[in-house]
Design a protein. Structure first.
Length: 231
């Protein structure tokens, strides 16, 4: 579902990703881990075509993102659910309207919007907060709205870059368990994190980046705490 072939990405001549080869299958759930600056966000941005690789090819569902014209990018984004560390909710819209936003933008009729938004809020267990505004919700609840928004269009792929970066440990684990349940429904889920506890609790596939390279990629993996030898 997600494939990177010999992908490199440099910023102003400085490599952020070096010759990455990676495949995440349909319905798979994987963590992308690594220290700050390892290239996790860069890899995520390549997947949703916020950035283009300096070399190599990125495929989503068999589509080579290098070959997408600018008019096809919205089509790609519709096939991707994206969850952000800072939620990126519209502050003056209710939870319901935040989730409905994309469907309305696509011209889905309001009866269908209601069905799909209610179902997405159900998945994240937030039906009772549909009328709340973001500032009336806890961080974990806001992130659940963010997840409902990401899945409301039924995307085959869900990308989450540090989705628990602003949450306490217990809430973080709940959010990741929720994402794992979503993957069980057939969605391919890739989560970047530097939270060792979560990764080591979940025991799922762990793709580990360091200085722009995949250093390990293991099923049922752990995220070892590295001894720092920085000067
Ligand atoms: N827009 C940019 N312009 C220039 N350099 C960038 C840009 N984005 C990232 N980089 C550089 O690319 C490297 C990888 O950054 P990236 O943000 O992908 O790391 P990360 O693994 O997501 O780190 P963190 O855990 O801190 O979020 C870093 O050296 C960073 O400084
Ligand atoms: Mg990052």
């Amino acid at each position: 579902m997600i494939r990177l072939q010999n992908v490199s990405k440099s910023y102003g001549g400085r490599p952020a990703l070096k010759d990455i080869n990676l495949h995440v299958a349909l319905g798979e759930f994987a963590f992308l881990v690594g220290p700050s600056g390892a290239g996790k966000s860069t890899l995520m941005r390549l997947l949703y075509r916020e950035e283009v690789p300096t070399a190599g090819n990125v495929f989503i569902g068999g589509v080579n993102l290098n070959k997408l014209g600018s008019r096809q990018i919205p089509l790609l984004r519709r096939r991707l659910g994206i969850v952000f560390q800072d939620y990126k909710l519209l502050p003056r819209q209710t939870a319901y309207d935040n989730v409905a936003y994309i469907l309305r933008a696509l011209g889905v009729d309001e009866k269908d919007v209601r069905k799909r938004v209610t179902s997405a809020l159900n998945v994240v267990n937030l039906e009772d907060k549909a009328a709340a505004y973001p500032d009336e919700l806890s961080g974990g609840e806001q992130q659940r709205v963010g997840i409902a928004r990401a899945i409301v269009n039924g995307p085959p792929v869900l990308l989450a870059d540090e989705p628990t970066g602003n949450l306490d440990p217990a809430t973080s684990l709940e959010i990741v368990q929720l994402l794992a349940r979503i993957s069980e429904r057939g969605t391919t889920v890739l989560i970047s994190t530097h939270d060792h506890t979560i990764v080591n609790t979940m025991r799922r596939r762990v793709i580990s980046l360091k200085q722009g390279e995949v250093i390990t990629d293991v099923d049922s993996g752990m995220y070892e705490v590295e001894m720092s030898v920085e000067s």
